[in-house]
Design a binder for this molecule. Structure first.
Ligand SMILES: NC(=O)c1ccc[n+]([C@@H]2O[C@H](COP(=O)([O-])OP(=O)(O)OC[C@H]3O[C@@H](n4cnc5c(N)ncnc54)[C@H](OP(=O)(O)O)[C@@H]3O)[C@@H](O)[C@H]2O)c1
Length: 326
């Protein structure tokens, strides 16, 4: 089968379209013919090897040679222990090792996988998993946003952020989206009440305070974050600098004791019920998956470059196999 492979960390130039062995499902796995796969910042991090947490499992060379974590496709075969899916099912989900998706076929377990609703295209379904897991847990399950609360989403114009704005608005919050100037209009169109261009304004220095901050791209100190939190407010680190991650691990208990503010790492869970919940919101028109651009599998390097250069609004999707059923 054809797959996008990288044997070293680096720029999108190190990605090659190669002929590789088609995977064979283990007893607990499904073999999925991939129709679409979306790009996440985790793919960019896994490609470049930065931040350092992206090298877990491969300090010098990538362990996951085929990137790509969010797939949608049709089940071709199932291992003997697979209970919930059968050949022919249309499914979508998250590759749990954050790799293997930029390929014509992928093997994965039943975890973090759901049936694709007929009303969604493979591209729309592929745009959902990782971004929606982050947004749902940050805003709803762990964030427990209440009507009237002030919520700030840092990196709100990207994959997780565009879902998070919409979920926070649905919860009745007053939402501030932070991203670059190219994405301000998009954030407003999704319901953000206030938008901030991160190249012009530092949200931790403008005197505002928020009940919840969901940060997909953290690079400020924990002291700056606590300043931007309202009393009893919560800050969630989703991704960003490893130095900040360590600050959170070591300093946040002290900050909580002194100020009552919570600064935490959001460890994203992958419950398939979240996939069902978000697709219901999408099918009812309450949430829209934002797809900026579509590329073919052979254009994956270009697609990743577009994200890495800071242009991607919402999600970027790779169409691996156009769906002939329409
Ligand atoms: N904690 C967990 O369990 C877990 C699980 C999965 C993934 N993750 C992490 O979750 C993150 C998910 O991000 P995503 O896929 O939503 O990324 P994304 O689509 O790339 O969105 C990130 C957005 O942040 C913007 N941005 C860049 N620098 C910024 C800054 N200084 N201030 C504000 N915004 C900035 C980006 O804009 P530009 O275009 O300007 O760069 C982009 O629009 C990744 O870091 C990934 O590692 C965490």
């Amino acid at each position: 089968m054809k797959a996008i492979v990288h044997h070293e960390y680096g720029s999108p130039d190190v990605l090659k379209l190669e002929e590789v062995q088609k995977p064979t499902p283990a007893d607990n796995q499904l073999l999925i013919k991939v129709h679409a796969v979306s790009i996440n910042r985790s793919d960019w991090e896994g490609l470049t090897g930065k931040p350092l947490y992206a090298r877990i499992g491969g300090l010098i060379k990538p362990n996951n040679k085929i990137p790509g974590s969010d797939i949608a496709g049709r089940v071709e075969a199932v291992g003997k222990d697979v209970k919930q899916f059968k050949p022919g099912d249309e499914v979508f989900g998250l590759m749990l090792n954050y790799g293997g998706g930029f390929a014509e076929y992928a093997c994965k377990s039943e975890r973090a996988l759901a049936l694709k609703p007929a009303g969604l295209t493979f591209e729309e379904a592929a745009a959902i998993p990782q971004a929606a897991f982050i947004a749902l847990q940050g805003i709803r399950e762990k964030g427990q946003v209440q009507p009237g609360q002030k919520v700030l989403i840092n990196g709100a114009g990207g994959g997780a952020g565009t879902f998070a704005i919409q979920l926070a608005k649905l919860a009745g919050a007053e939402v501030t989206g932070v991203d670059n100037a190219e994405k301000l209009e998009l954030m407003q169109s999704l319901g953000a009440d206030h938008v901030i261009d991160y190249t012009k304004e530092d949200f931790t220095k403008n005197g505002q305070q928020y009940d919840l901050i969901l940060d997909v791209i953290a690079h400020r100190s924990v002291f700056a974050y606590q300043r931007a939190l309202a009393p009893k407010g919560t800050y969630f680190f989703v991704g960003g600098s490893v130095a900040i991650l360590f600050q959170i691990l070591f300093l946040s208990p002290l900050i909580r004791r002194i100020t009552g503010k919570n600064i935490k790492l959001l460890a994203v869970q992958t419950d398939p019920k979240d996939l069902v919940y978000i697709t219901e919101l999408i099918e009812s028109g309450k949430v829209v998956p934002v797809i900026d651009k579509r590329y073919s599998l052979s254009e994956t390097a270009e697609a990743l470059r577009y994200l890495g250069e800071g242009h991607a609004k919402g999600k970027i999707v790779i169409t691996v196999e156009p769906d002939n059923k329409g």
